[in-house]
Structures are given as C-alpha cells and as structure tokens.
Design a binder for this molecule. Structure first.
Ligand SMILES: [Zn+2]
Ligand SMILES: [Zn+2]
Length: 332
C-alpha cells in the first residue's frame, strides 16, 4: 500500500522527512540537520520496509550517503520514533544513538528480554475492567507485533541533561518533558528560538498521555507541569513529531492545558455512578475502537482517573478484583 504523503519542509539546515506509519497517525516526522561535522537525524521512524524505501529515496534525492551521518538523536522511546534507530545505526557504521536514560529503561521493559511491560499492562487493564478475552486474544498479540518494528535494537548513549547538546552547528538545551513519554526530551535553541518538541506539543492533535505501570505514578500531572515549564521559553518555530512544523507554540501549549482540564470535567460528568476505567473509556470514546486505539484510550483514561483521584475529586473502590471510581461525595 502506498500512502500519499506530501514532501516535508526544508530550511538551509533542517530537512523534514515524513516516515510512513501503518497507523491512523500516517507519518512521523524525522529531521535531518546539516552541520560541518556531518548530518544529525532526529527520530528516524518506525522500522517497516516502506520506511526503509523512504529513507533510501530521501538519501538519493539529497545525494547523501549513510556515512555522512554523525549521530542519531531520539526525543523519546516510542516505537514510531525509536524503531529505526538500530537499522540506521548499522548502516552508518555504528554512530551514536542518543536517548535519555529513563527513555532507554522503557525500551528495555517494552522490548527487552521477556518484554515484562506487556504482562504488566495486560494485568493492569484487566484490573480496570477490560475483558480478559480481549486482553489475551487481541491486546497481547498487538503489543508483541511491535517487536519487529523496533528491531534491530541500537547501541545507545545517554544524553547529559545538564549541558547543551550539539546538533548540526548549533547548541540545543535538552529539556526533560515527561507526560507523553517518560524521559521525553525537547531540544531548544536560544538564538533562533527554535524547538524540536517530539510528541510533547503537537499541532491539531493532542499528544496521548498514558499511565504505564512502574514509571510515572501521575503522568497527567507530569505532562501539565512540563507544559507550564516549557511555556517559559519563547518559541518562534516548533518542529513536532507529527503533523507539520508550526509557529504558534506557546498558544498551542495553552490549548493543550485547557484540553485536559476540559477532559477532566467531562469524565467527572460521566461518573454519574461508579464505573471502571474500561466503562469510562467506552462511554467517552465509543465502542468502535481498534485494539491499537483502545490501548491508548485505556492508558489515557487511566492517567486522567489517577489525576482526579490524587486531587481527591474521585475515590476508588475494589469489587471482585476490579477497580471502580466514583465522585467523592457519592455513596456506593
Ligand atoms: Zn510518542
Ligand atoms: Zn509519535
């Protein structure tokens, strides 16, 4: 299947490369940065055959060789960003792949030996009301499918968070922005006021905020706090992980904060009686979600429920091993 995706934008130093995805998101943005020491690639994409073809065509178009690259940089560990890092590294003669240390811990939990996170997420979703058969027949195989999209695994180096990071001929401030992904990093360049913001801030679509066991106990709080923090930077141009580069970064940050406040209010309205997270998910997003969409919907609703619980707006009770939530004033 060939997808019609327009070419990315190009500046004298930055080339946007759209790497196709077999999901409704359609593509992930990879960026090539030119510099005197060589080329940097940010987030090379999900490893599929089609993505390999797009990379080869891009290199041919610009007259680049794999040996022209000096480093691979990852904003976060999600497969659509990290997946091709190992493939790319092999072709470039083992150049560094930079990722945050926290991000790499997630890589190992997701796709390392025994993939421990798959079983943890399965148990979590059953405890929050998802049907066991749906988890076993669809969710687990769906999560296993990602292994081929992130293979081969790269050898990684960790980004030092307390110093500027060079990409091309410019020095960027790595800024940790958890919420969408643990260990997510945005890269801000002060003189141009440009930012590579990964999936932390996206135009038109809202970044998914997921609860993943064992890493961040309140990811929505982390997301809102890191949005407030990044809003202190004045940004003229943002290069996001999906959709197109955009200018109104600070305005978009404020819209995202408002979006989540609105979502929290809507969930409170849906809690007219005690419900588990799966029921809330179906009430909010509807029944017709693919397993891919349902997984994100569950993890996102969980993140919101945890946030409301931490704010003492709702309370949890457990019946027959399933967690139910109700508004604090109500009686079960
Ligand atoms: Zn992501
Ligand atoms: Zn992404």
């Amino acid at each position: 299947m060939t997808m019609e995706i327009n070419n990315g934008i190009e500046t004298p130093t930055i080339i946007q490369v759209k790497i196709p995805l077999p999901f409704p998101l359609r593509w992930v943005n990879s960026y090539i940065i030119r510099g005197q020491a060589g080329l940097t690639v940010i987030d090379p994409g999900l490893h599929t055959e089609e993505a390999e073809r797009v990379w080869q065509a891009t290199l041919d178009e610009y007259g680049f060789q794999f040996s022209d690259f000096e480093q691979i940089v990852l904003t976060h560990h999600h497969p659509d960003h990290y997946g091709m890092a190992g493939w790319f590294q092999e072709r470039c003669g083992g150049i560094p792949v930079w990722i945050s240390e926290v991000g790499y811990e997630q890589v190992q939990r997701l796709w390392g030996e025994d993939q421990p996170l798959t079983a943890e997420i399965a148990t979590l979703f059953i405890r929050h009301g998802m049907d066991k058969a749906l988890v076993e027949d669809q969710l687990i195989p769906h999560m296993m499918k990602f292994v081929e999209w992130v293979t081969p695994a790269p050898q990684v180096s960790f980004i030092a968070l307390d110093q500027l990071f060079r990409m091309g001929d410019r020095m960027y401030k790595p800024f940790v922005t958890p919420g969408h992904a643990a260990g997510h990093i945005c890269f801000y360049e002060e003189s141009s006021k440009e930012i590579f913001c990964g999936d932390h801030v996206l135009p038109q679509i809202t970044p998914n905020v997921s609860y993943i066991p064992g890493v961040d106990e309140n990811p929505l709080l982390s997301f809102l706090v890191s949005l407030e923090q990044i809003n202190q930077f004045e940004v003229n141009r943002a290069y996001p992980g999906h959709r197109e580069p955009f200018n109104s970064f600070n305005q978009r940050v404020e819209e995202l904060i408002m979006h989540h406040e609105d979502r929290l209010d809507k969930l409170m309205i849906l809690l007219d009686q005690p419900k588990h997270v799966y029921q809330l998910c179906v009430d909010f997003f509807g029944q017709n979600l693919s397993i891919h969409q349902m997984r994100f919907a569950m993890a996102e609703t969980l993140a919101h429920v945890i946030y409301l619980q931490e704010k003492s707006r709702i309370v949890e009770s457990i019946h027959e091993g399933i967690c139910y939530y109700s508004i604090l004033e109500s009686r079960l």
